[in-house]
Design a protein around this ligand. Structure first.
Ligand code: ADP
Ligand code: MG
Length: 447
């Protein structure tokens, strides 16, 4: 409901951007005397009526920035304004959706959704009415009295959305809201959200979404802020002017994804050697089956393609003859290169991408780093493994932790093969290690 603002201050407030931050810096003190500069000179504005994406790698300070905007964290320095006024604490016009859903297990769906309103001192009957409205809107009608443990991941996140929407915030902050969901569920929820937004049915003015997924950002956002790491900073901005509903196969969409990928991988080399704990995740999710092809064969094919007479592009049967291989044996290698965006396969031709060329021209160490970046960017399973290992205090996790999850998407055999593939690629890239004796993945070898 628009507020009547009659004072001079009111008019100024109404015309100001929702959020305006300038020169924000965040330093965490890590014991001893080591300081960690997480954000440095971050500036951005969020206007009414837009969906803004904040796209960056894991550890680049995205969640920190969201917490600052939500008023949950006071930055070390810099200006943070909400509708023209400095933010000094949690703000009523802002609600947050978390990656981990953050639901209370002992409360029903209705209880979880009502919670946000009770805190605002709204009368019980009004709370109930609005909670039911939000629950219906987000597609949970009939589940009011269910407990979180009785719901699927997708439904739990719907509760997370309802809990944010119920307060009718002007700005909804979303911290990687789809990344804990399986591929299909995430896509359904994205589509539902954007449909509601396009139809003007969401009781909000703007959305700021954090993601490490380029395609997700291009699918949902009007504007994408590309966040660089170490320290986090807005490195570039990309406008997405494709009308909704957007199609991932639209050439304009694909071009934008490629352009953004290019922007995100053009990083100074010093940054690459820092830490690579995460990455951009694209493609068809955890459930992508991987072929078991050694990195030697992948490198070998790229080298052959880069050399004369091919100079980057070859007819597959022709190349197979040169390499004294069957086309049927060559094709899976070319496809694996395509999966990793080192090559493109089309109409019987295989062609190195600029990344494939760069790979061939690089030293062994640089090859490994490039391979690691692509593995994290295009093989969601690799990103998951690395995330789990990073998050566990022991930095180890059993093989079965992942193979069982894969078995939700594919046969036991394919899951085994996919795990073996990702392990051999991950070892080469020095992203993670694997102990054959304990059947555990670990971070023992990588830097
Ligand atoms: P992102 O959401 O992009 O993955 P975060 O904002 O969560 O990044 O974290 C950025 C960096 O700051 C990480 O290196 C993280 O370990 C560190 N960090 C986050 N919160 C704290 C904290 N409260 N104290 C110290 N370091 C932190
Ligand atoms: Mg985060």
């Amino acid at each position: 409901m628009p507020m009547l603002e009659t004072t001079d201050l009111g008019e100024r407030v109404a015309s100001a951007p929702l959020v305006e931050i300038a020169g924000v810096r965040q330093v965490y003190h890590k014991g001893d005397n080591a300081d960690l500069v997480v954000l440095d000179d971050v500036s951005l504005t969020i206007q009414q009526g837009e969906i803004v994406g904040l796209l960056g790698r894991s550890g680049s300070g995205k969640s920190t920035l969201l917490r600052i905007i939500a008023g949950l964290l006071q930055p070390t320095s810099g200006r943070v304004q909400w509708r023209g006024t400095p933010i000094s604490g949690p703000c009523e016009g802002i609600a947050m959706v978390f990656q981990s859903f953050a639901l209370f297990p002992w409360l029903t769906v209705l209880g979880n959704v009502e919670l946000g309103l009770e805190a605002l001192g709204i009368p019980a009957s009004e709370c109930r009415r609005r909670a039911i409205e939000a629950i219906d809107l987000i597609g949970l009608d009939g589940f009011e009295s269910a407990y979180p443990k009785e719901l699927s991941g997708g439904m739990r996140q719907r509760v997370g959305f309802a809990r944010a929407l119920v307060v009718h915030p002007r700005l909804m902050l979303m911290d990687e809201p789809f990344s804990a969901l399986d591929v299909l569920t995430a896509e359904t929820l994205r589509t539902d959200l954007i449909d509601l937004w396009s139809e003007g049915r969401l009781p909000i003015e703007s959305i700021l979404m954090v993601t490490h997924n380029i395609e997700e950002a291009v699918l949902l956002c009007d504007r994408i802020l590309i966040f660089s790491s170490n320290p986090g900073r807005v490195a570039s901005e990309v406008k997405v002017e494709i009308p909704h509903p957007r199609s991932r196969t639209d050439p304009v969409f694909r071009k934008l994804v490629d352009d953004i990928y290019g922007l995100m991988t053009q990083r100074p080399t010093t940054e690459r050697v820092e830490k690579r704990t995460g990455g951009v995740v694209l493609g068809s999710g955890i459930g992508m089956a991987l072929p078991r092809i050694s990195t030697n064969r992948l490198s070998g094919l790229m080298e052959a393609l880069a050399s004369p007479p091919y100079d980057g592009s070859a007819d597959l049967p022709d190349l197979a003859a040169t390499l004294q291989m069957e086309v049927d044996d060559l094709f899976p290698i070319a496809e694996a290169l395509q999966l990793l965006r080192f090559a493109e396969v089309a109409e019987g031709d295989v062609k190195l991408t600029p990344y494939g060329r760069r790979y061939v021209e690089s030293s062994l160490d640089a090859r490994k780093r490039l391979f690691a970046d692509h593995l994290l960017a295009f093989v969601p399973l690799a990103g998951l493994i690395r995330r789990v290992l990073d998050e566990r205090p022991s930095h180890r996790a059993p093989f079965r932790r992942f193979s069982e999850e894969l078995e939700d998407h594919m046969s036991e055999e394919r899951a085994e093969e996919t795990m073996r593939a990702v392990i051999s690629w991950g070892r080469y890239a020095e992203l993670f290690g694997y102990d054959e004796n304990t059947n555990e993945l670990n971070l023992d070898n990588p830097a």
